[in-house]
Design a protein around this ligand. Structure first.
Ligand code: 9MR
Length: 358
């Protein structure tokens, strides 16, 4: 009997997700609540969207996205390797589709990302000549950022420029353009996209040494009289090891710089870093409960800083398509998000909703 009921849960949820939203809204306590509604007076709630969602090849997820989120970040389609694959070749189709999707559905787009050492176009990867790297850097930023100015809400202008100790990462941009490249990227982006907010985004910047590096970067940009509007704490954390104190301190320190703070890539891995694949057939209740508890604690913390935090974005929609199924070990079964592989809200979803009801 138990098994039969379980089998019907995805079906019932699908029916609820597809049914008329007004009915759900009017049903006190009935139906699936909405994250964006629950947090509408606090901060935006976003999700990273992979190509499958942008192309709307997954209609069940599509209806979930529209109901739950009012912000989105392209998981990959605006990265240089995809949008700018050859010197004079740009592929804007999927990015354009995402922008249009956002416009139609009242979903604010945070464009991601202009300058990053990863997912670079092949032609750039082994480029020796500094002038050529500079030419790429300038034309990439101005072409891509100006195309979407006024159409996207914000850009992650520079992504992951820092090492864990707060020094600058030894990327092709540092090697060929020198340490001023970060400030320069913001200058060029500000010129190309005067109506778009400009952010620095990184993981682990809640940790004190890396945080100090991020503060120094922001101060340098500000001292040069160049605009930076916010900083993204990515939020790829591990169940049982969420650094709450450091997160709180970082929200205070970053907002003290006079810029917005965002949680930009939130997910909580439930798998020990190097374990084989401990839960291939489902998450044990005890871990499910821990996940719910940690998400609730996090959102209660975010709410304490609702004046400083403008957006909380999850890195994905549902567990089945999270990057964490393939990292740091390929082909595992992870459960880091609020919706399961059938798009059914997990216990963690309801704990985030409860936290938001205050
Ligand atoms: O989720 C993204 C995955 O599909 C890509 O293969 C990967 C390539 O490095 O990038 C992932 O997204 C990253 C994001 O752009 C920047 N912060 C870390 C994210 C997870 O790796």
């Amino acid at each position: 009997m138990k098994v039969q009921i379980r089998a019907y849960v995805p079906l019932i949820t699908t029916i609820l997700l597809f049914s008329d939203c007004s009915t759900i809204k009017n049903t006190a306590g009935g139906g699936v609540p909405s994250l964006k509604e629950t947090y509408k007076n606090d901060f935006l709630i976003g999700a990273a969207l992979g190509a499958r969602y942008i192309q709307r090849s997954d209609l069940r997820a599509d209806s979930l996205i529209k109901r739950q989120f009012n912000a989105a970040t392209p998981e990959n389609v605006m990265k240089a390797g995809i949008i700018h694959p050859g010197w004079n070749t740009y592929r804007f189709e999927l990015a354009d589709q995402l922008v249009e999707y956002g416009r139609q559905n009242n979903i604010r787009i945070n464009a991601h990302t202009l300058i990053w050492h990863n997912q670079l176009p092949g032609f750039l990867r082994n480029m020796e000549d500094a002038d050529s790297v500079r030419a790429f850097f300038e034309s990439h930023i101005s072409t891509v950022a100006s195309r979407y100015d006024g159409k996207v809400y914000s850009w992650d202008v520079v992504n992951e420029a820092l090492n864990e100790d707060g020094t600058l990462r030894n990327s092709i941009f540092l090697q060929k353009l020198g340490p001023a490249y970060v400030t320069e990227a913001f200058r060029l982006a500000g010129k190309a996209a005067p109506h778009t907010e400009l952010y620095y985004n990184d993981y682990g910047i809640e940790n004190p040494r890396k945080r100090a590096g991020a503060v120094a970067l922001v101060k340098k940009i500000q001292a040069a009289g160049i605009r930076i509007d916010g900083i993204g704490i990515q939020g790829h954390w591990q169940l049982g090891k969420v650094p709450y104190k450091n997160i709180e301190e970082s929200i205070r320190v970053f907002s003290g710089l006079g810029i917005r703070v965002m949680i930009t890539e939130l997910d909580l891995s439930v798998l020990p870093e190097h374990a084989a694949d401990p839960y291939p057939h489902g998450l044990p209740d005890s871990v499910q409960n821990n996940l719910a508890r940690e998400y609730e604690t996090l959102f209660r913390l975010f709410l304490q800083y609702r004046k400083q935090i403008s957006r909380v974005t999850f890195w994905g929609v549902e567990d089945g398509h999270s990057w964490l199924n393939d990292w740091p070990v390929k082909g595992r079964t992870n459960y880091p998000l609020l919706f399961d592989r059938n798009d059914v809200p997990k216990k963690a979803f309801y704990s985030v909703i409860d936290a938001g009801k205050k």
